[in-house]
Design a protein around this ligand. Structure first.
Ligand SMILES: [Zn+2]
Ligand SMILES: [Zn+2]
Length: 138
């Protein structure tokens, strides 16, 4: 079966996303895919990402961020966003489904799922901060 150029592009995009855990933007993915496929356009990357997200193959994280960030981990999980470097990390914390039932009970709404994002300073940025602090003390 012939593999079309579009399929190849989509596979390359998925490959880039699978090989990082930084929850990148479309632009970041575009820069990586372009190294192997110099003719690919940012518009194509955007379209393919939207399509993959619609199909449930990847996750589009867009609740507080603009531009959207993408994630190949489609299972229910929480995120931590570093306010200094703007990276998003997966948080290995059990997803609390009881809260969905609780909100359903209290509001009468049919809650399907919830999203949760923790904000703060990541380990690397904390380390950098302490270095700056030490330097300024000397
Ligand atoms: Zn950070
Ligand atoms: Zn994630």
């Amino acid at each position: 079966m012939a593999v079309t150029r579009r399929t190849k592009q989509r596979e390359a995009i998925l490959e880039v996303l699978k090989n990082t855990d930084c929850h990148p933007t479309a632009n970041w993915i575009y820069e990586r895919v372009k190294e192997d496929m110099p003719h690919i356009s940012l518009g194509t990357v955007y379209r393919d990402l939207k399509m993959l997200a619609r199909r449930g193959e990847i996750l589009e994280i867009d609740f507080t961020s603009n531009p959207s960030r993408y994630d190949c981990n489609t299972g229910s999980h929480y995120h931590f966003r570093c306010l200094k470097c703007d990276r998003i990390f997966d948080v290995d914390e059990k997803v609390n489904t009881e809260i969905d039932r609780q909100v359903s009970r209290n509001t009468g709404f049919n809650v399907l799922y919830h999203c949760l994002e923790f904000h703060g300073v990541c380990l690397e940025c904390q380390k950098k901060d302490s270095l700056i602090y030490k330097d300024s003390k000397n």
